[in-house]
Design a protein around this ligand. Sequence first.
Ligand SMILES: Nc1ncnc2c1ncn2[C@@H]1O[C@H](COP(=O)(O)OP(=O)(O)OP(=O)(O)O)[C@@H](O)[C@H]1O
Ligand SMILES: [Mg+2]
Length: 371
Amino acid sequence: MLFSVEPKATRRDLYDREVELNELRDSVFRGDRLIAVYGIRRIGKTSLVKAFLSDLSQPYVLIDVRQIYFVEGNVNVGSLVRHVLDGFREFMGRNERFWEGFRDALRSIDWVRVGAGGVEVRLSRRSRMNLMELLNVIDGWCGRNSTRFILVFDEAQYMRFSNVRYDGVLAWAYDNLSNVTFIVTGSEVGALRDFLRIDDPEAPLYGRYIKEVYVDRFSKDASLDFLRRGFTELGVEVSEGELEEVYERLDGIVGWLTLYGYLRGIDKLGHREALDKVFNDGVKLVLSELDAVIKPSRARYLAILNAVAHGLNTWSEIRRYVEVRTGEVSDAVFNRLMKNLIRYGYLSKVNNTYVIPDPVVTRAVMEVHIG
Ligand SMILES: Nc1ncnc2c1ncn2[C@@H]1O[C@H](COP(=O)(O)OP(=O)(O)OP(=O)(O)O)[C@@H](O)[C@H]1O
Ligand SMILES: [Mg+2]
């Protein structure tokens, strides 16, 4: 169903994204080692990657790094190792012969105990090594089976919350494992690039080719077509004028369009109610996410976003507004705050002016008190 609200997991439920799917496919098939998928929140990164994976015959594992971080408070190697092993087990559940061979390969790792029922993991303190060892075994197994392993770190920028430098692990894997492709996704594009330290000559991954895929908002035509198809699928009649309004207000961000479609088509709300609810629920969601980012300097961050939400778009206009609202601020501090908002995707810079890329974020920052 096009309007189901969880990330899509099959090509059938995924609307369009043909270009991006082809890019991923070409990249994996020619053996690229590292692919980065960028896009703002709710633009459909996870859906794209899951739908892509669902069509592959190669083994793959998708790890939701943000989820691990929020549940466990950090991203330690133990969780990643367990997720990789569980994912492999699940993938091979359908193929006993594969699993037997893989289990044999695992026997070479001293911290993995392979029993009749499954595999038991006892991690040592050389934690960084553990992941590398496991990936090495997988790489060898793939080589022997003429296949490729695809390991996805969804919202990989959260991997920075660990005592392990994963960019080093990735660089090592990049250089040494010819049968593994990593896909990293990130809605905090700047934070993901910082984590990978793509632009830092001192960093382990510097100078390596990274295939970059950008997931963008739908065009007007695509948005309207998506909505029409979704409603047709549910047998719900809607007017063109209403759909136009939905597009104008939600701006081609598929996550919000989907939520509107769900509220209207499944929950049977009217047009106005559904649209209001997208904003009401969306604002709550946005504020809970935004809170963590702006905590260190809440009033100033909010003043910046508020300025932009009210149409002040240049550096000096925004700065003046912030000083009026929150008192004097130095260039250095102001620039740092602006840069952070860009890193986390709450602000983007277009031809020297600043915009908020998501209309629900605009609404959220207009509603909240700067205090
Ligand atoms: N191409 C698509 N066709 C249909 N529905 C989609 C498509 N892409 C995304 N969606 C829907 O939009 C919502 C957001 O998608 P998804 O979770 O994949 O986005 P995301 O970019 O990973 O978001 P987040 O940054 O929150 O992780 C979900 O409800 C999903 O079902
Ligand atoms: Mg996602």
